[in-house]
Design a binder for this molecule. Structure first.
Ligand SMILES: [Zn+2]
Ligand SMILES: [Zn+2]
Length: 268
C-alpha cells in the first residue's frame, strides 16, 4: 500500500465522477428506488454509503446542492412520506452537516411511518477506536488509519497521502474493523519495496483529524480542477469509490475534537 513511487489518484466511478446529470425529479425517483433497497439491509453502514453516494453527486454538482437538498429534495421525500422515503431520510440524516433530514425523519416517525430496523442502530453513538499513522522516513507518502465502532460493529479507513502532491489523498480503503491487523500488515510489509523503512505512530484524534482533512481537502481542490470523468477500476470492487468513502470519512472526522490548529491552506 505504501509505494516508493507516488501513485496517481485512484480512479473513481461515483455518480459525480461518471458525469451523471442532476435532474431533480429523476433523482427523487432514484432515491425512492434506493429506499426500497434500504428497507432490506441490515448493516446501517450500507445506508450511510447510500447517503454518501448522494452527497458525492451533490458535491460534484456544485455550490447550490446543499440548498437543493434542504430546500427541495428533503421536503419532497417528506411529502412522499412512505417507508422508503423515510429510509432515505434516515440515511441522509446520518451524514448531513445540518439537521434538515433528521427533522423531516422525526416528523414522519411522529406521524406513524415505520422506520427500517437499522435506523435505531444508526443512531447509536459512534466511538473512535484507534488512530495510526505510517510514513516512510522521507515523509514522501503516509497512510492514515482509523477505526470506529457503533453498536458492536467496527469499520476502518485507511487513507493514502502523497506529501509531494499538496499532501492530497490518493486512495481510501474502507474495511471491516475485524481486518485491521491485516491492513496494518499490508502497509508495513509494503508490497515490493522492502528497502523502505516505515515508521508507525499513534496521533491524537485532533491531529489525526487535522491531517486527514488536509488530505481530503487538497484532493477535493484537485478534483475541482479536472473535469474529466474518471474511469472505474474494475479490479478494485472491494472498497467503495473514493468520493463515497471520503463523504463517510468526513462525517466520522466531524465527531473528533476540532483541531485548535487552523486548517492547512492548500499548497502550504
Ligand atoms: Zn468520485
Ligand atoms: Zn495542490
Amino acid at each position: 500500500m505504501l509505494r516508493t513511487v507516488a501513485p496517481a489518484p485512484e480512479p473513481c466511478d461515483c455518480p459525480g465522477c461518471s458525469g451523471a446529470e442532476l435532474d431533480p425529479a429523476a433523482l427523487i425517483d432514484d432515491l425512492i428506488d434506493g429506499g426500497a433497497t434500504l428497507l432490506g439491509i441490515e448493516d446501517p453502514l450500507e445506508a450511510e454509503l447510500f447517503a454518501a453516494n448522494l452527497l458525492a453527486l451533490g458535491n460534484q454538482a456544485g455550490e447550490g446542492f446543499a440548498e437543493a437538498l434542504a430546500g427541495g429534495i428533503i421536503p419532497a421525500l417528506e411529502e412522499i412520506g412512505s417507508p422508503e422515503a423515510l429510509a432515505v431520510l434516515h440515511a441522509v440524516a446520518a451524514l448531513e452537516e445540518g439537521t434538515a433530514a433528521a427533522d423531516a425523519a422525526a416528523r414522519l416517525t411522529g406521524s406513524g411511518v415505520p422506520s427500517p430496523g437499522w435506523a435505531a442502530e444508526l443512531r447509536q453513538p459512534v466511538e473512535a477506536e484507534v488512530f495510526l499513522r505510517f510514513a516512510d522516513t522521507g515523509e514522501n507518502l503516509s497512510v492514515l488509519v482509523a477505526t470506529f465502532s457503533r453498536a458492536g460493529r467496527s469499520h476502518g479507513f485507511s487513507v493514502n497521502v502523497v506529501h509531494g502532491d499538496c499532501h492530497s489523498a490518493t486512495e481510501i480503503l474502507l474495511f471491516p474493523g475485524t481486518v485491521l491487523d491485516q491492513v496494518i500488515d499490508m502497509i508495513q510489509n509494503n508490497e515490493g519495496a522492502r528497502d523502505l523503512v516505515i515508521t508507525r505512530s499513534s496521533p491524537d484524534p485532533e491531529s489525526f483529524r487535522w491531517e486527514t482533512e488536509r488530505a481530503l481537502n487538497a484532493r477535493a481542490d484537485h478534483d475541482q480542477d479536472t473535469d474529466e470523468p474518471a474511469e472505474a477500476d474494475p479490479a478494485d470492487e472491494e472498497s467503495p469509490d473514493y468520493h463515497l468513502s471520503a463523504e463517510l470519512l468526513r462525517a466520522r472526522l466531524r465527531l473528533l475534537p476540532a483541531p485548535s490548529r487552523p486548517p492547512a491552506r492548500h499548497g502550504d
